[in-house]
Design a protein around this ligand. Structure first.
Ligand SMILES: Nc1ncnc2c1ncn2[C@@H]1O[C@H](COP(=O)(O)OP(=O)(O)OP(=O)(O)O)[C@@H](O)[C@H]1O
Ligand SMILES: [Mg+2]
Length: 645
């Protein structure tokens, strides 16, 4: 259906019709008949969450064409869950651990009686992960509940103890849990114990309406009232009813409303131990006390807590907390450490926000580079930039060869990596600042963002040596990186049909290198003449990456062997297939225009031919994602910084 022709009325009418179909109301007896047809309907909270994650599908992380991913994960088998993968980047391991918790809890393992606790630095995505699960519940199909129950409880609780065995057998399931005091009272008073007549309805999960999702914010330490968790007695009704009458109960605590779904504890360890005990009993025993003298209430919910590491360490250090510690499954949520994924994080945040500015090429990458450098631990095996590249799945070339460093070993050497450093929010703030500082146009670029980051680091409350190191990243490493990228980009824009020229050079190189290695001849495309391999040409490419003299022969053999193997695997061979050769070809292409590009870009006045070249270059950049504003900025920047006299 075309959006333009649909009226609002139609949309509303169709939505309501669909809702009515989804909505169901009937007696408990009818509900039992439903169950006979679909015994999978009654789900315990953990199983429900697990099912909705799995329903979106999974794949192996290697099921993709990205060579970076293959390089990074070739030795590991890691599952990617579609439920998360469009919104969370670079934390696949963390997500796999979360899903593993739900899996084993759904099988009613010990995990189903433990708190899932997400621990990580600020802005690492803990709240977002919890929200994603909550949203998943909200979008999933409704649950069946006893009508009017403040805890939306599972109707099967109505089945009396002595019949459960038989019902279990007939339905092929296991009934667990008992009626809450409110429903127990109503069953007796309103229905005279005829439980088959009790009405059952469908209810949708909703965080805002507090159905199936409860949230416990950190509580004011001076007002630690457990009613936030377990509800209270309504004082105004205390006079009306006898002591112990459940009609005075107001079961509106987070653990009450979160029954069947999720109860989220924000900054959990800021709460008093008393709170934590209620949380632990809820998960461990699956009961909570009812307010006043009303006994215990059965609850079935996923308890999801999160906080930062400092709080966790403080809590852990106190040995009186041991009993609680034993009932917590800790999942670390470190920062992402992959450059390409960090960029996707900001693309996502920008996409979901009101940020409507043009973002020049390499802007997010530059900012992400800073974020990741700040999160990495130093290693004697390589410099930080190399480590960043390796973690990104790139090949790092040194003297014409790929650097052989085991990424897994690098990770193993740095267990705490990703638990400290610059947060996603810091970077977003820098992007905002860069935009508001730009009064002329609505565009941010690597230059303005780096400027904003430098100012923020200078003002931030950081230890001196950290500040010094961050400034070094920004003013030295990232600055140089960007200049290199910029030079490449401008020069590339001067090369007429760059891609084709690169492919042609590559094919030529292959033909001659293969003939050289196999001691055969090269057939001229046009004259069909058989020629000796042109060593002068081969050398002119190889010397670009400092392969000279006796090293050349080995290099040619490696190239041929590598590409042979790649083509046998069915990969498409292009000039960028073999990283060292790609670099050599790019350099070769760029040397041919380097001088001219420098002269023309810097020139104050240009003759006709130069102007034509300059304009073609600008057009090229505009086609590659620059806007008029940032083309001007980066070209001016290049003229002043890149090609200083
Ligand atoms: N790996 C990631 N993938 C996708 N988005 C991420 C990732 N890490 C952080 N984000 C995004 O960064 C922003 C901040 O994350 P969030 O608020 O969830 O962090 P947090 O861990 O709860 O922080 P705090 O400890 O300060 O509460 C969110 O927009 C979140 O989606
Ligand atoms: Mg948070």
């Amino acid at each position: 259906m075309e959006m333009g022709t649909t009226s609002f009325e139609t949309i509303i009418r169709e939505d309501r019709a669909a809702h009515d179909v989804r909505h169901w109301r009937g007696s408990f007896l009818h509900y039992l008949e439903r169950l006979r047809q679909d015994p999978a309907l009654p789900k315990l909270a953990h199983g429900r969450v697990f099912d909705l994650i799995i329903a979106e599908g999974t794949r192996d992380i290697l099921d993709c064409d990205d060579p970076h991913v293959h390089r990074l994960y070739r030795d590991s088998s890691l599952k990617v869950f579609n439920f998360f993968s469009e919104e969370f980047f670079g934390i696949e391991k963390t997500i796999a651990q979360i899903v593993r918790y739900f899996h084993s809890a759904s099988l009613k393992g010990e995990e189903s009686r433990q708190v899932l606790y997400l621990m990580g630095p600020v802005g690492s995505g803990k709240s977002s992960l919890v929200e994603k699960l909550e949203r998943g519940l909200e979008l999933s199909s409704s649950m069946y509940a006893i009508e009017g129950c403040p805890m939306s409880e599972e109707p099967l609780h109505l089945v009396p103890r002595h019949l459960r065995k038989e019902f279990n057998k007939m339905l092929g399931l296991h009934i667990e849990g008992d009626l809450c005091p409110v429903c127990r009272f109503r069953l007796k008073q309103e229905f005279g114990g005829r439980y088959e007549e009790v009405p059952v309805v469908t209810r949708s999960f909703s965080k805002r309406s507090r159905v199936g999702i409860g949230v416990v914010p950190p509580v004011d330490p001076n007002n630690q009232d457990t009613s936030v968790l377990i509800g209270s007695e309504d004082i105004s009704k205390l006079d009306l009813y006898a002591e112990g009458d459940p009609r005075v109960l107001d079961l509106s605590g987070a653990l009450n409303v979160g029954n069947r779904g999720i109860v989220e504890f924000i900054e959990v360890f800021k709460n008093e131990t008393e709170y934590l005990h209620a949380m632990i009993t809820a998960t461990q025993e699956k009961v909570i006390p009812a307010p006043g003298r009303h006994g215990l209430v059965y609850v079935d919910t996923v308890i999801l807590a999160h906080s930062n590491e400092a709080e966790w360490q403080k809590f852990k250090a106190d040995h009186t907390n041991e009993a609680i510690l034993d009932r917590i499954v800790v999942v670390k949520v470190p920062y992402n450490l992959r450059l390409s994924e960090e960029v996707r994080i900001y693309e996502k945040i920008i996409h979901n926000s009101d940020f409507r500015a043009h973002v020049a090429p390499h802007t997010l990458a530059s900012a992400s580079m800073f974020a990741i450098l700040s999160r990495l631990e130093a290693t004697p095996k390589c410099d930080l930039m190399t480590k960043l590249r390796l973690y990104n799945g790139e090949e790092v070339i040194e003297k014409g060869r790929t650097k052989k460093i085991n990424v897994q070993e690098l990770r193993d050497d740095a267990k705490r990596e990703g638990m400290t450093g610059i947060s996603t929010r810091f970077i977003m703030k820098a992007l905002d600042n860069a935009l508001s500082d730009n009064v002329e146009g609505s565009c941010i670029n690597p230059i303005s963002v780096r400027e904003a980051l430098i100012n923020m680091v200078k003002e931030a409350d950081l230890p001196d040596d950290t500040r010094k190191q961050y400034l070094e990243f920004l003013q030295d490493i990232i600055h140089k990186e960007y200049l290199e990228t910029l030079e490449k980009e401008i020069t590339k824009a001067f090369v007429y049909s760059y891609q084709e020229q690169a492919e042609a050079l590559f094919q030529n190189y292959l033909d001659h290198a293969e003939a050289f290695v196999n001691k055969t001849k090269v057939k001229d495309q046009n004259t069909r003449e058989e020629l000796q391999p042109d060593e002068g040409f081969l050398k002119s490419i190889e010397e670009q990456i400092a392969i000279i003299g006796s090293a050349a022969e080995g290099f040619r053999q490696e190239v041929i062997a590598y590409l042979w193997a790649a083509s046998r695997r069915g990969s498409r061979i292009t000039y960028s297939s073999y990283e060292p050769l790609k670099e050599a070809i790019e350099k070769k292409l760029m040397t041919s225009v380097r001088d001219i590009s420098r002269i023309i870009t810097k020139a104050r006045t240009r003759d006709e031919e130069q102007s034509a070249k300059y304009n073609a270059m600008v057009t090229n950049l505009l086609e590659n994602g620059y806007c008029q504003n940032c083309v001007d900025v980066v070209l001016k920047y290049a003229a002043n910084n890149l090609w200083k006299d």
